[in-house]
Write a protein that binds this ligand. Sequence first.
Ligand code: ATP
Length: 371
Amino acid sequence: MARVELRGVTKRFGHTVAVDNISLTIEDGEFLVLVGPSGCGKSTLLRLIAGLEDVTEGEIYIDDRPVNDVPPKDRDVAMVFQNYALYPHMTVYDNMAFGLRMRKFPRDEIDRRVRQAAETLGLTHLLKRRPAQLSGGQRQRVALGRAIVRDPKVFLMDEPLSNLDAQLRVQMRTELARLHQRLGTTTIYVTHDQVEAMTLGDRIVVMRDGKLQQVATPHQLYAEPANVFVATFIGSPPMNLVRGTLRRDGEDIWFETDEAIRCPIRGALAEYAAAHLDGQAGRPVILGVRPEHVITDPERVRDLPEGRLEATVEVVEPLGAETYLYVSAGPHNLTVRTDPRMQVRAGDRLPLALDGGHLHLFDAETEQAIR
Ligand code: ATP
């Protein structure tokens, strides 16, 4: 069992608060991904768990054991960095065996573990080579192998794929997922690649300025972002945001802007929106709509006279499986995902509709989700 618990963890470097009062439990066997913009504190949080930095305030537990004062080598965690940090003068075998030799493991046990890890990672035929004789992907696999042979309670990975080219990244991503399925070791993984985060994470932690913004499954993050920051950070191209107001019209709740956009809010969100109105008309909000929830299909648009808007196509971006349209509607710019078979050109006028059942609302001031 290997559960990692953070209780009110803060890390300051002088006046910089790199990690700000974070409480979080990473469950046994979980693959947890930390994402966020550069400087948000992801690496620092990982280094605190590894013991490479001292906690300023709060406690870290590994399997209910407080580890604040436990040195890194006794925490039973293995860290994999983006720059591999292999010993250039040693063979692949020796690089993988090194940590176990330092820990005085018996020779046969070392041999067994290294060969098993090499088998798992497809490195068996490379065991006699030196790092300089390997490709980037192979080096990264050796770095992983060095962590695996230790059979640690927790893997801590800091952007392990970021030095690889795009194609290799995708391949290694799948290998990592497979490895985690096989070993089931608790893993905490830092990245700023949201595709990696979405595909690898059982849960994702979104950080900003040292603080947790949301901790959720990939699907929850996408479908129910807690605030404007998460809404625009997860999803590519990002969610469209439009500032406007909520109004009640009989039973219905409407979102409207001064010009161009007026649409009804449907489903469960309508109830929350109504509660949020609180008797006031014209409550300022931010409407969020993902590019795939702007309806372009002419028949569906015709059936939805209420949420319609007239747009002008500015740019057409065909990507093969889908096409993105960058459109303007009055003063608002929207990104729209559409069927690649749709015949549309820059300059075209295009009636669109917003899918009332898939809208997001955020408080205009706090930017927190209304739901
Ligand atoms: P990136 O994605 O760019 O690696 P990150 O989210 O991992 O960023 P951290 O490296 O954890 O961010 O840094 C968080 C904050 O702490 C930053 O403002 C950084 O400048 C600061 N910081 C990190 N390490 C130190 C240090 N040793 N001394 C002083 N400030 C530091």
